[in-house]
Write a protein that binds this ligand. Structure first.
Ligand code: ADP
Length: 364
């Protein structure tokens, strides 16, 4: 199992497309890191540079501390799995999985290691079938089998589940996490799906336009995003981003002015929020996760809560809860909240904010 380090790594494609800009990332041996970001942000390019499939324009790649920019892919002992599986259609699962071993050592009896891989992945029954006779999930397992059979020192997975339906994806991602931890192998997993990233990695690295935005545990990037992009990209269903001004604390509490309404935070700020003190009196963006918003009937506020008045615009039923869109009076200040099924609210419920002046958003 390997340590992988990227030091100040940049990748420029012809026509000056900067796919990755000065990336620094240290991945510890055995760690599972998810590269997360929207399509086109440079995730695959990072993976391909680690694999040796793409030249590094500048910066350094270290494998176990050794300079590896120019190491041929075959000598890196890394296994890569792609979203389109890349199985050979004219080979059975057994032959597909054994293929990398036969390339390395044509006369080796690959039987025991292929069987071991099949057992780990629970595909013993599928070994004599051809790819066309397998479902998407089964093909993905065979592709994983082909990756683990060489006992690589690291796995590089590029959106390995994106061609599968949602249910299978959830099951397989749990299996992949279990498998790579069982094998104790360093894993870099690329996805644009934030829920996948949150559920999988020891650590999540969020990218945007070739630039690393933040790395941290799923919990860190969710609770303490470094910037508005990370806040909005990570988490479901969505975060409310409101322009507001923060005012002087009263007995350690803080008041936030949303333009049409002002709320008083019920508790003194924790250390996490010290930054707000610095921003006092200036327009800032306040992020409120919809699950932090409770839809309350008028007059039914709890002491631990801050009250924002609004009128329900739309209710999206989502089974175990509903997503409620509430207009709070100000332009661009719709707030979404989640609501447990009882008591149901309906469009039109709520209380109009008293002051109803239109509040202009400062240019963004
Ligand atoms: P992601 O994996 O996050 O979707 P990629 O790493 O595939 O993003 O691509 C990052 C950027 O680099 C994109 O703008 C893409 O168009 C560009 N790019 C990727 N591969 C090439 C290539 N071979 N030639 C030119 N541009 C490329």
């Amino acid at each position: 199992t390997r340590a992988i380090s990227l030091r100040d790594v940049t990748k420029t494609f012809p026509r000056n497309v900067v796919a990755v800009h000065r990336l620094n990332l240290d991945i510890a041996p055995g760690e599972f890191v998810v590269l997360l970001g929207p399509s086109g942000c440079g995730k695959s390019t990072v993976l391909r540079m680690i694999a040796g499939l793409e030249d590094i324009t500048s910066g350094r790649l270290l494998l176990d501390g050794e300079y590896a920019n120019h190491l041929p892919p075959g000598q890196r002992q890394l296994a890569m799995v792609f979203q389109d599986y890349a199985l050979y259609p004219n080979m059975t699962s057994r032959q597909n999985i054994g293929f990398p071993l036969r390339i390395e050592a044509p006369r080796l009896d690959d039987g025991p290691r292929v069987n071991e891989a099949a057992r780990l992945l629970g595909i013993e029954d599928l070994m004599d079938r051809y790819p066309a006779q397998l479902s998407g999930g089964e093909r993905q397992r065979v592709a994983m089998g082909r990756a683990i059979v060489r006992r690589p020192t690291a796995f590089l997975l590029d959106e390995p589940l994106s061609n599968l339906d949602a249910k299978l994806r959830n099951r397989l991602r749990a299996e992949i996490a279990t498998l790579t931890r069982h094998l104790g192998v360093t894993t870099v997993y690329v996805t644009h799906d934030q829920s996948e990233a949150m559920s999988l990695g020891d650590r999540v690295a969020v990218m945007r336009d070739g630039v690393l935005q933040q790395t941290g545990t799923a919990r860190d990037v969710y609770r303490l995003p470094d910037n508005v992009f990370v806040a909005a990209f990570v988490g479901t269903p969505r975060i409310n981003l409101l322009r507001a001004t923060v005012y002087a604390p009263l007995d350690g509490r803080m008041s936030i002015d949303f333009g049409t309404q002002r709320i008083m935070l019920p508790q003194p700020l924790s250390d996490d929020h010290q930054l707000l003190r610095v921003q006092m009196g200036r327009p800032i963006t306040v992020g409120v996760r919809s699950e932090a918003v409770r839809i309350a009937a008028p007059g039914e506020m709890r002491p631990s809560e801050a009250l924002l008045n609004g009128v329900v615009q739309h209710v999206e039923y989502q089974g175990h809860e509903s997503l409620v869109h509430v207009s709070t009076g100000a332009r661009h200040a719709e707030v979404d909240g989640l609501e447990a099924p009882r008591p149901p609210v309906a469009r039109g419920h709520g209380r109009r904010p008293r002051k109803h002046r239109v509040w202009r958003m400062p240019g963004r």
